[in-house]
Design a protein around this ligand. Structure first.
Ligand code: ZN
Length: 497
């Protein structure tokens, strides 16, 4: 029987997941997609599973039935989610030949082509009274639950979250957990790492997460994905190699996250877990944490992903992350956009640094504390606020994004300046927004007026390691531009303990 390779890929996953701004619907959406992707898609496709995670899948099936199976999966996605769609493509593969690199390339092109025909599903009007869904505001409200009127899509999401909530309670209590579901796997693996799950619940909403955070009312959003995954995949020639690669990426990101939770995100005297996972699979991660643990958690995930993929593939892959620290009332849609633009910025910087032969020994971490001046788009904030160019010199008021080791050094700097009077830090912060010479004068005056030697050293070390570098404080010369760590330190100060 002639065989075909079939690829499937969910369209605009994040749009479906983050269409509603409430934590319950986001988690429910994520769980629905995960179940469709990891369990139902392989069952329906049949044949040989190469991989099924991260919203995509690759299968080897009989050629004759490939198209009808793709349609069956598409139908299942539409009828289950009422809002998420999936695109599929197939290519025949030669018998008795292992190298399928050309076929894989053709398959990717076909998938991309089919995606380009993608249209948003039309939401059918089924209710005579036009009332918008109170959760997403996009669909029509059809079902009343309490004070809410929900569309079919949001209702499904909310129900799924409620089912999982019950499962989690059982799994934490007595029963063996179901490892085919993310939370079943997490409870099993974290319990083995002595994670104190007893009596704990996931946060009901972002406010509850803010209550177990410091500063109270804030949270961290970690948004990460693998670097150069497209290039990695293009080099793959065999189906087995594809399976190994995909398995290594998917398990490494999961293991890195589980270890991070066990290390940095234990409940601290509360029954609310100080984190939640909004999306995890393939090379993608979106999670929220207590604000004070977000940076350390992101560092651990980025570092461990490199180490774990090195163990599994013989060479490290890298992951970049953006950490957005915001008030819990900040709407999730714009927050995700901000995180996304922060991540794109980190990735652009990684390639710029590589081109400039700077050492980039790990994935990069970008961060942002949401304020009124930066609340739209990180790239725009960078251009308008962080960077200035007076024709002679370029000043860059940050060192973001950081490697893991750079971030560690930044955390040490934060510890060292913690005892400084806030007024002193404010002087330094405003020096960064003056001309380079004036800012330098102001910063030096601030240092000279400090009596405490240790504090003086701590401030000076923000300018570099040696006295010849430190005379330019708050600036550090970097090739043809000036950068500074001062703003980064001040911005994070309240979020690092
Ligand atoms: Zn809705």
């Amino acid at each position: 029987m002639p065989k075909a390779l079939v690829a499937l890929d969910t369209d605009r996953i994040k749009r479906y997941i983050f269409r509603s701004s409430s934590l319950k619907e986001i988690r429910g959406a994520s769980a629905i997609l995960d179940k469709l992707n990891r369990q139902l898609m392989p069952e329906l496709m049949g044949g040989e599973v190469v991989y099924a995670n991260g919203g995509s899948g690759l299968f080897v099936v009989d050629s004759t039935i490939a198209n009808e199976r793709i349609e069956a999966v598409q139908h299942l996605y539409q009828t289950t989610t009422h809002g998420a769609t999936i695109t599929g493509a197939m290519v025949d593969i030669p018998q008795n030949r292992e190298d399928v690199q050309v076929e894989l390339m053709l398959l990717r092109h076909r998938l991309r082509l089919h995606k380009s025909f993608f249209r948003d599903p039309v939401i059918s009007v089924t209710h005579p009274l036009f009332r918008y869904c109170s959760a997403c505001g996009v669909g029509y409200g059809e079902t009343e639950t309490g004070t809410d009127s929900l569309c079919r899509s949001c209702l499904g999401k909310r129900q799924e979250d409620a089912y999982i909530k019950k499962d989690i309670a059982r799994w934490i209590g007595e029963e063996d957990s179901d490892p085919s579901v993310l939370w079943g796997r997490l409870i099993r693996d974290l319990t083995a790492l002595n994670y104190p799950f007893a009596k704990c619940n996931r946060p009901e909403d972002f406010n509850e997460l803010g209550n177990v955070s410091s500063p109270s009312g804030y949270m961290g959003l970690i948004y990460a994905d693998g670097n150069g995954m497209g290039n990695e995949i293009e080099r793959i020639t065999k189906i087995d190699e594809f399976r190994r690669f995909s398995e290594a990426v998917d398990t490494s990101i999961y293991d890195a996250v589980a270890e991070t939770i066990a290390t940095y995100l234990c409940p601290n005297g509360s029954t609310t877990l100080p984190f939640d996972i909004l999306l995890l699979g393939g090379d993608d991660l979106v999670m929220v944490t207590a604000a004070d643990q977000a940076i350390k958690a992101a560092m651990h995930i980025v570092e461990r992903f490199g180490q774990l993929t090195a163990e599994r593939l013989g060479r490290p892959l890298t992951l970049s992350a953006s950490v957005t620290l915001s008030h819990v009332n900040y709407p999730i849609g714009p927050l995700i956009h901000l995180a996304d633009t922060g991540l794109k910025f980190a990735k652009r910087e990684a390639s710029r640094r590589r081109l400039g032969s700077q050492a980039v020994d790990s994935g990069l971490i970008n961060f942002l504390v949401v304020s009124s001046s930066n609340h739209l788009d990180f790239g725009q904030y960078y251009k308008e606020v962080l960077q200035s160019d007076d024709g002679l010199e370029t000043l860059v008021r940050t060192c973001r994004p950081y490697t893991v080791s750079g971030m560690r050094r930044l955390l040490n700097d934060i510890d060292a300046i913690r005892s400084l009077p806030r007024g002193k830090l404010e002087q330094l912060r405003s020096a960064v927004f003056k001309s380079r010479r004036q800012g330098n004068l102001d910063a030096m005056m601030a240092v000279l007026r400090l009596r405490n030697n240790q504090q003086r050293e701590a401030l000076l070390s923000l300018g570099g390691d040696s006295p010849t570098e430190q005379v330019y404080l708050p600036w550090i010369r970097e090739h043809n531009r000036w950068v500074t760590r001062v703003l980064d330190v001040v911005e994070l100060l309240d979020f690092i303990h």
